[in-house]
Every structure is written in structure tokens, then in C-alpha cells.
Design a binder for this molecule. Sequence first.
Ligand code: SF4
Ligand code: SF4
Length: 165
Amino acid sequence: MCRRCGNCCTRFGVCVTPFDIVRIAGETGLKPEDFLDIVPDFENRERTEPAILIDGAKYLLVLKRKRNEICIFYSETRNGCSIYASRPMLCRTYPFFVRNKKLVNVQSRACIECWQPCSPEKERYILDFKQYEQNISKYKKIAEQWNMKGGGSFKEFLRFISKSK
Ligand code: SF4
Ligand code: SF4
């Protein structure tokens, strides 16, 4: 089972889709620019979220991080996620993907050990993963439209996705 060690919240940038952004903004009252950031795209990455053209270069949309890669929403005093109910789909499905309707552990470098959830949590992960894939597929189309028109600034991109969903 998940050891709730917090390693996955404190070591990586967390990719998000416009659907995560709407949910988080709606539930926290924060503006997207308060919790979003971009990082340069890189080769052989594990995530399938699309790269977006910002000021002529390719970037990935991620949650802001505090010092040392710690997610902006990770509460060090409470040792956990401060937006648990509205956390991104990547966080909901980590460290799994689904193959042939089966939950497969990605053998995360963050997890202390390789683990699998029990029912009914397992079914929840599978449903969330399906939702996540649908969101990524829609996000790819939005990103394609943005990139086809030559991209723009990060601010303009946030305006663009707010109109695109
Ligand atoms: S949003 Fe929550 S669950 Fe996701 S990385 Fe940040 S603190 Fe962790
Ligand atoms: S790194 Fe793995 S074990 Fe630790 S909180 Fe994240 S999913 Fe759970």
C-alpha cells in the first residue's frame, strides 16, 4: 500500500491539464497563475502531456514548486496534500497506468516499495486513469491549436486555455 511518505510530492514537477486547473482554481479560489509554472520540455520523458510553445520554445505545464522541488500544495507541517480532494489526475493515479484493464505499477523511483492497492481503491485508480487519459487527449488538441498559431506568452496561454475547455 501507499506509505504516505510524500516523496512523490517533493521530488518532481507535477504535470497538469486544463481540467486539473479548472478544478483546483474552483475549489481553492486561487488564480491559475498563482499555482502554475512551466518547465522546458525534455527528451525521453515519461509523461504524455503535450508540450506547449511559449515565447518560441517548448515547455510543459506543471504545478509551481517551493524550494527543492516541493509541490506548492504540499503541507510540510501536516505532511500531506493541502488540496487532496481537487489534486491533479497525475497525483490521483500515481504511480500507476492501466494496461489491458489491469493496474500496472510504474515502479516509481519515489516509492519506498512497489505496491498495489486493494479493492475498492483499485477500481477507483482504474476509473481515474481512464479520466486522466481522456483529459490528456483533449489537452493535446488544445495544445495543437495553440502551437499551430505559433504560441505566445505564458499569460496568453492561460487566457487561451480558459476559453478552450
Ligand atoms: S497536488 Fe497534492 S498530491 Fe499532488 S504533488 Fe502536490 S501535494 Fe502532492
Ligand atoms: S512516493 Fe509512493 S509510497 Fe510515497 S506517497 Fe507517493 S505513491 Fe505513496
